[in-house]
Design a binder for this molecule. Structure first.
Ligand SMILES: [Zn+2]
Length: 373
């Protein structure tokens, strides 16, 4: 038994199923409960992983109530283990290639920041052997048959773990509903053709495969697409986001800078409005007739509206978003467009009174927007 707090504080990472819609009826899956949560020691540090289960709540679906979990969360660690596959894989390598003894294994892991003891190192080494021995025995067949009966099919996922650059990669093929390891093998190159030797025997068992999940790795994708071209394919969001996030976030930062530049004149406009407002105020006080008073009051009201637009535009500049999921540049762009559309509607209402030059400016800015894309 591991002590709950052995791993200390760790960042929480929530995992949702890769499939957002029910593979049977296409209805959007809804959050149902926490499938599990545990702290996992990886070579990159400890994470507090939460696997959230989603279900199909369509009463007409033949598999309503089936729980879907994140394949990626399952890929983090073996069942009942708080060590990541990368740690497991490193232990295998250190033991088999460098013939380390258990004491040396524990020291090597601790040196890399993975807190462990001799007993745990021994346990990891045994687990590594169990993993590689995974075979399609009767037990696995039985689990797959039960999974199919309960869920209408099986979902396959594959992941490659490489603890050290340039060494062999451990490929693990898994069934996602049950979390069962179907095959695991160390490979030097891991070409699509090599990976298919792990996948084919599963397909030959004949259970309906309703989905596939993997990280974006090209050879894994090819291997599956070739063998199962018609099965829906999903990428791990966490992996995928980490990979695509950087260029997208960089491009978004550029967009944000450009947009901010285009809003530079805001202080001048603010001053003009303030002047117009105080002039209107004076006119209200000095009004000699009812109609003059009415006109001046309307000018005051207009200045008030213009100030609100300025406030909305100022608020834009403070938008930080939450990259990579909420990109600040995109957010500013979308909101600026909404403000612009509202301004045009406002001017249209005012009709002929709207200064022509202002309208032209807005049209001009619209075409400037197009250049930003
Ligand atoms: Zn359904």
């Amino acid at each position: 038994m591991l002590l709950k707090n052995r791993l200390g504080d760790a960042p929480k990472v929530y995992f949702k199923p890769e499939f957002q819609n029910c593979p049977h009826c296409e209805r959007k899956l809804q959050r149902s409960h926490t499938a599990w949560h545990k702290k996992i020691s990886t070579l990159d540090g400890v994470i507090d992983a939460w696997s959230m289960a989603y279900t199909c709540k369509n009463p007409d679906c033949p598999h309503a109530g089936t729980s879907y979990k994140s394949a990626e969360a399952e890929m983090l660690s073996m069942k009942h283990s708080s060590y990541g596959y990368d740690v497991l894989c490193l232990v295998g390598e250190l033991r088999f290639k460098r013939h380390m003894m258990v004491k040396e294994l524990a020291d090597a892991l601790n040196e890399r920041g993975v807190k462990t003891s001799e007993r745990h190192a021994q346990n990891l080494y045994e687990r590594y052997q169990v993993l590689l021995a995974a075979s399609l025995d009767d037990h696995v067949r039985k689990v797959l048959a039960e999974t199919t009966e309960q869920n209408g099919g099986i979902i396959l996922s594959m992941d490659g773990v490489q603890p050290e650059k340039g060494n062999e990669t451990l490929y693990v093929l898994r069934e996602v509903f049950s979390g069962t390891v179907l095959a695991a093998q160390n490979m030097k190159s891991g070409t699509a053709a090599e990976l298919q030797t792990l996948i084919k025997p599963i397909i030959e068992l004949g259970f309906p495969i309703v989905g596939i999940v993997s990280d974006g790795q090209h050879s894994i994708r090819l291997a599956f697409e070739d063998l199962l071209p018609d099965v829906p394919y999903q990428y791990c969001q966490y992996h995928y986001l980490k990979d695509i996030a950087k260029p997208v976030v960089d491009a978004d930062r550029k967009l944000k800078t450009e947009l901010k530049k285009s809003l530079r004149g805001i202080r001048d406009i603010e001053r003009k409005i303030e002047k117009a407002e105080s002039r209107a105020k004076e006119n209200v006080n000095a009004a000699a007739s009812a109609s003059e008073h009415e006109q001046a009051t309307a000018q005051m009201a207009e200045a008030g509206i213009a100030k609100k637009y300025i406030a909305a535009t100022r608020a834009l500049l403070l938008e930080d978003g939450d990259p990579p999921l909420e990109l600040p540049g995109m957010l500013i762009y979308e909101r600026a467009q909404a403000i612009q559309a509202s301004l045009i509607r406002c001017l249209d209402k005012k009709g002929a009174l709207a200064p022509r030059r202002f309208r032209q400016n807005i049209q001009q800015n619209r075409t400037d927007d197009l250049h930003l894309r």
